[in-house]
Design a protein around this ligand. Structure first.
Ligand code: AMP
Ligand code: MG
Length: 339
């Protein structure tokens, strides 16, 4: 009898030890895509295959939406003459349509037709410099939602100005994050974390370790997402947010910029002036349950500034800003629901 108890106790100890260390299967893959570092982490036995499918889709989206890439759909639109309807697929039509509708809701703070202006600034290249004011004024004559006509029935886009050029850079990563989660789900994944250069998406929370699950009864705990400290090395965290499901997107004036005569010129432009936005903000982080919306909001709220954020604040679950004094404000604090 004593011997049986000892054997049983031994097995129990081994089991508990195993349970304590046993980690859920997890797989991560990182690739440079969409002009940024994309990393996808998925939990589960088929995580590797699921992530492969995600990267295939992301490469396809990048090819299609990259304004700089010859052969992309956006490139074709940008080089098309005026008054000629350009046929696009349903996905592209919807993306452009949603961007234009959002632009309208944001009272023009968000504008996908800014490419001729951002090309002048050439942020992120060796040619980056303050453009001639006359060049900016000329480029601004080609921008604005009114330069595009959408025909839903025939799924065509028509430019009313031959110089009009699109740039989905402020929206496509959020959309891609959304698509990535969809593909992971289709491949049987229910817990994942991905980061597309400041566009974070999480699904299902982080699976708890076996022993913790045994003790607490909880299958998952929230993912902890760090808010980047502006101008500090990537990964330096100022604050953390907890989230099971959703999208956390940051737009910052430290992402892409150059300095000339002691002044910082950064990549988020005021569509009205064609110049970078200066309103005391260094970054805006948005939490929302739609990836495209979260991405568009982060850019638009940055342009609108803290004062005008109420215009769009009801479209997301959380807004955090960091200002020039490095002060963090929860404009709309996120309430993390228990899963
Ligand atoms: P994000 O990092 O999402 O804020 O997007 C910034 C990128 O979007 C820039 O690098 C530009 O390509 C483009 N962009 C800049 N200003 C605007 C704006 N006001 N509306 C839409 N896109 C913009
Ligand atoms: Mg954005």
């Amino acid at each position: 009898m004593m011997k049986q108890i000892k054997v049983f106790a031994g097995i129990l100890v081994l089991l508990l030890l195993f349970a304590g260390f046993a980690k859920p299967a997890v797989y991560t893959e990182t690739e440079f895509l969409m002009d940024t570092v994309v990393s996808v982490t998925a939990y589960g036995t088929h995580a590797k295959e699921a992530i492969s499918a995600v990267f295939m889709r992301l490469r396809e989206l990048d090819k299609k939406c990259n304004a700089h890439q010859k052969g992309s759909v956006i490139y074709a639109i940008n080089t098309a003459p005026k008054n000629v309807p350009i046929s696009v697929d349903e996905e592209m039509f919807d993306l452009i349509q949603q961007s234009l509708l959002f632009s309208n809701d944001a009272q023009g703070a968000f504008d996908i037709t800014l490419f001729p202006v951002s090309t002048l600034w050439a942020f992120g290249t060796k040619e980056a410099t303050v453009p001639q004011e006359t060049a900016i004024v000329t480029a601004l004559t080609t921008t604005g939602a009114d330069k595009l006509m959408l025909d839903k029935e025939n799924r065509t886009i028509t430019k009313t100005n031959s110089g009009t050029q699109l740039d989905l850079g402020a929206a496509v990563k959020g959309y891609a994050a959304e698509e990535a989660l969809k593909i992971l789900k289709e491949n049987g994944i229910s817990h994942a974390y991905l980061d597309l250069g400041g566009n974070v998406a999480v699904m299902g929370g982080k699976p708890t370790r076996f022993l913790k699950r045994l003790l607490t009864g909880k299958k998952a705990e929230p993912f902890i997402i760090g808010l980047q400290m502006p101008d500090a090395p990537r990964g330096t965290v100022m604050e953390t947010l907890s989230l099971y499901d959703g999208f956390i997107v940051t737009s910052g004036n430290y992402e892409r910029y150059f300095e000339e005569n002691g002044k910082r010129y950064h990549h988020i432009l005021n569509p009205k002036t064609g110049y970078p936005v200066y309103n005391g903000l260094k970054s805006v982080t948005v939490v929302a349950d739609n990836g495209l919306e979260a991405d568009m909001l982060s850019t638009a709220l940055f342009v609108l500034g803290e004062e005008n954020m109420p215009l769009l604040a009801n479209r997301c679950q959380g807004i955090y800003v960091i200002d020039d004094q490095m002060e963090l404000t929860a404009v709309k604090p996120l309430i993390t629901a228990e899963n």
